[in-house]
Design a protein around this ligand. Sequence first.
Ligand SMILES: *Cc1c(COP(=O)(O)O)cnc(C)c1O
Length: 356
Amino acid sequence: MSKFWSETVKGITPYVPGEQPGVGQVIKLNTNENPYPPSARVLDAMKAAVSGRLKLYPDPECRGLREAAADYYRLPIENIFAGNGSDEILAFCFKAFFNPGETILFPDITYSFYEVYAGLFDIPYRKIPLDDHFDIPLAPFFEQNGGILIANPNAPTGKFTSLDSIRQILVHNPDKVVIIDEAYVDFGGESCVSLIPDHPNLLVVHTFSKSRSLAGLRIGLAMGQTELIEGLNRVKNSFNSYPLDAVAQVGGEQSLRDTETFELNVGRIIKTREDTVNRLRELQFDVLDSRANFIFATHPGVPAVRLFEALRRQDIIVRYFAKPRIDNYLRISIGTDEEMEALCRALEGILAEQTR
Ligand SMILES: *Cc1c(COP(=O)(O)O)cnc(C)c1O
C-alpha cells in the first residue's frame, strides 16, 4: 500500500495471469494458447509491415483488419470494432455501457477479469451462481440489472449456452447491453453474431489469442450494431487512438483471410480434445463437456491441487484455481497430440502412486 496510490488503486485486486515460464522443457497447458503456429501468410505480411512502415502511426480505424472481419462475419464494417486484445475491449465496454450505481450481472464461475474490471471502473456487480451442472440459469438474468456479461463457451468450465438461451436473455433486457464473450466459440460452439441484426443490445467479443494462434500479437474484435460500436470508439478515442499497432493490424487481417489454416488447426484441436477427454474418463476423471480448447476435470480419488503440484514437478503446467466450488478441478489446455499423451501418461503414474 502506498500513500501515492489513488483510492481506486488501493481498493482493486488485479488479475493474475497464468504462469509464462522462461525457456526450458515445459509442457505448457495453462493459458489456453494454441499449440500450432499462425499461418505463413500472417507471418509474411507482418514481416513486410515491420520493414515497411513503422515510422508512421498505424491506421487508427484499423480498416484493413475490420474489412476482413466484415467479410468473414458477413457484417457491415460499421458493426466491427478492433482492440488490443479482447481484454482491452472488455475494459472499454465497462466504461462505455455500464454505470456506477447500476448492478451488472455475470456468473459466479467465469472469466475472473470481469470482477477485476468491475473494481477498476467502480461498477457494482452480482454474481449469479451456476447450477449444479455448471450451467447458466436463465431466470436471474431476467431480473433488473445494469448490464450483463457472459462468456460462451464459459471459462473455465468450457460449457456452452444455447443461442436460444442467449436470445431469451437479450429479449428480457432490451434497455441494457448484453456482452457475450466468445473467446472460445470457434472450438465447437455456435456464435451469436447471427443475432446482431435483431438485437441492438447485443455486443459479441472475439479474440485472436486462442483459435487464431496470435496470443502474442494482442487482437480482439467486438461486433454489434453501430451505436454500440460508436460507444466503444468514443472510449477508445478518449484513451488511446492507436491501440492496435501496424504489425498486428496486417497480421490479423491475413489471419481472417486464411480460413484454410484456421480451420485445419481448430479441427485438430477439437479432435485432440475429444481423444483427451476419453483418456481422462478411462482414468476415472469426471470431465465436463467442453466446447473450448481446454477441459475442466476433477478426480474422485486425488485432490486437484495434489495433481497440479505433481504435474508441475514433471514440468507439465496446468491451471488450478483455489476458488469456491472449483477448487477440486484442473483446467487443462489442449496442446498437440504428443503433449496430451505426455499429460495422460504423467497422470496415470501420479494416480497409480497416490491411490495406492
Ligand atoms: C483469453 C480470454 C480473453 C482475453 O483474450 P485476449 O484477446 O488475449 O485479451 C477474454 N475472455 C475470455 C473468456 C478469455 O478466456
